[in-house]
Design a protein around this ligand. Sequence first.
Ligand SMILES: *Cc1c(COP(=O)(O)O)cnc(C)c1O
Length: 233
Amino acid sequence: MSIQQNLEHIISRIRAAEARAGRPKGSARLVAVSKTFPACDVLACYDAGQRVFGENRVQEALEKIPALPPDTEWHLIGPLQRNKVRKALEHFTLIHAVDSLRLAQFLDTVAQETGKRPRILLEVNVGAEDSKFGFSPELLERDWEELARLGHIEIAGLMCIPPPVDDPEEARPYFRRLRELRDSLAVKSGMPLPELSMGMSHDFETAVEEGATLVRVGTALFGGRAYAPAPSF
Ligand SMILES: *Cc1c(COP(=O)(O)O)cnc(C)c1O
């Protein structure tokens, strides 16, 4: 199957999941995860109509960004190191995986210096795994007041990477947990928190049914990755 055919198929599955959940058409957007794939594949996907791409590593993205037309939207979906923050703010319209108060504060400081107000998502460790990145739900509630006070970043919502499961139905409680957490923080703070970034190739339809506004899909679109991206930390 070509990238174009994969894209059409994924979009139609997203639309069907929206419809099943009674959600408006287009309320869930696809982030095409192009990590490890060359710019020519990204361009093929662009030519098929896709505009939003997700990359894990700032450096890898910087190599591809010049090859794509200027209306391409780039999201950083991987962990962000402090020494890459300035570059990230220059090139990405959304940073998905802000995983600590410290990082959020640092982003806020840099954003103030550069006069930008970047949109970010807070990564929540909904699976409560020791090895994973992100705020535990409890920590997020505790840090919330300080996070909400940061005036130079826009907290647009939450993001999660649930523990790997065989059956997408097993991921549903994690997606639901993220939505409920977002709902309760939104009520508490009066901030809209419109975005929920959740769902990957294996389980994006379940995520859409549970309220995802951004699904991050790589393998189902571009095919299997030949090598794992080097960790960026
Ligand atoms: C690689 C990656 C994805 C895409 O995963 P697939 O299973 O290939 O769809 C989504 N989110 C993040 C954070 C990733 O690193």
